[in-house]
Design a binder for this molecule. Structure first.
Ligand SMILES: [Mn+2]
Length: 320
């Protein structure tokens, strides 16, 4: 596991090889934008590329994926495998066993487990690192418009449309150079932030009806069981962002969503957000997960939903 300098990662990228690019499970605009932006850089230097993810991308993000079915990509026959925005092997989901074969990782998570040679920078988005590499290589101006759209989508996604505390001056400098390229930022941001499916609207209704406010309203928890999903006809995409719905409530310091797996009812996925000082990545790390101080996730095995709920409430209320 070697830490790579920007020059070393640039040299590896310049070496043409048939390359498979891995995204993290439940793909968001940053992992997808980073993968497709990196593909453009690799293609520039003669590498053939394909993108693979354990879960299919939300159809509204097809402006990044070009509508490709990235869950169905054939994973064999590549000379090199790389991972973007992937903090640990478990983040590869069903492709976890491929972690051993990864040549290098490009990532921005402080909790990265460094499972391969890696290039890291703890900036707002992994896509910002791909931008930095393109600038270092001197090819930023030579790439197709889709590259600028992908980088912008990744950065806008991970900064909550440039409003989170990770929106540093360098984020705005990078965004400024992307806007200069004439990309349609209003449409990209509308798709990522202001477009909801009817399923997402139903998920919001279920969330507000079932959330629990604890610790004098400072902890908000929403549990979505498989049964609740069935009754309201909710897909995993529909409930993808519910943690942010309860995070909006005034007075809430920590928001947590718990989602029961539809494949294995004893498995629960936890997403957490901190509005204040509490470091949710520390709490998630205790469950074997991780992420950022203000946004982290983990998995939990429990006999029943109420058992999972009790564990989560106990852990997160301790942090308040
Ligand atoms: Mn990211």
């Amino acid at each position: 596991m070697k830490k790579l300098t920007i020059d070393q990662i640039a040299q590896r990228i310049k070496t043409p090889k048939k390359t498979l690019i891995l995204c993290h499970k439940n793909p968001d605009p940053d992992t997808l934008g980073s993968a497709y932006a990196l593909a453009h850089v690799l293609n520039y230097y003669g590498s053939e590329t394909a993108v693979l993810c354990a879960d299919e991308a939300n159809t509204k993000l097809s402006f990044i994926t070009n509508g490709e079915k990235i869950k169905e990509t054939n994973a064999s026959g590549y000379e090199r495998i790389v991972a973007v925005d992937v903090a640990s092997p478990s983040q590869l989901g069903a492709h976890e066993e491929m972690a051993d074969k990864v040549d290098f990782t490009i990532d921005h998570h402080e909790m990265n487990t460094r499972f391969s040679d890696y290039y890291e920078d703890f900036c707002a988005a992994c896509a910002q690192i791909i931008y930095d590499i393109s600038v270092y290589l001197g090819i930023f101006d030579k790439l197709p418009k889709h590259f600028y759209e992908c980088v912008y989508a990744g950065i806008s996604g991970d900064t909550g449309c440039f409003k989170y505390s990770n929106s540093t001056p360098s984020v705005y400098v990078c965004a400024s150079r992307l806007v200069e390229k004439g990309i349609d930022i209003a449409e990209i941001n509308r798709i990522i932030f202001d477009s909801k499916t009817m399923g997402e609207i139903r998920a919001a209704k279920v969330t507000y009806e079932n959330m629990k406010l604890l610790c004098d309203g400072r902890l908000a928890v929403i549990m979505i069981t498989d049964d609740m999903k069935r009754k309201a006809s909710l897909t995993n995409d529909d409930i993808g962002d519910i943690v942010n719905l309860v995070r909006q409530i005034e007075g809430v310091s920590i928001a947590v969503s718990i989602k029961q797996s539809d494949k294995d009812l004893s498995k629960f996925t936890i997403s957490s957000r901190s509005n204040a000082e509490a470091d949710v990545s520390e709490i998630c790390a205790r469950l074997g997960g991780g992420g950022h101080k203000k946004a982290s996730g983990a998995s939990l095995v429990a006999g029943t939903p109420s058992e999972a709920l009790d564990t989560v409430i106990k852990l997160f209320s301790e942090a308040l």
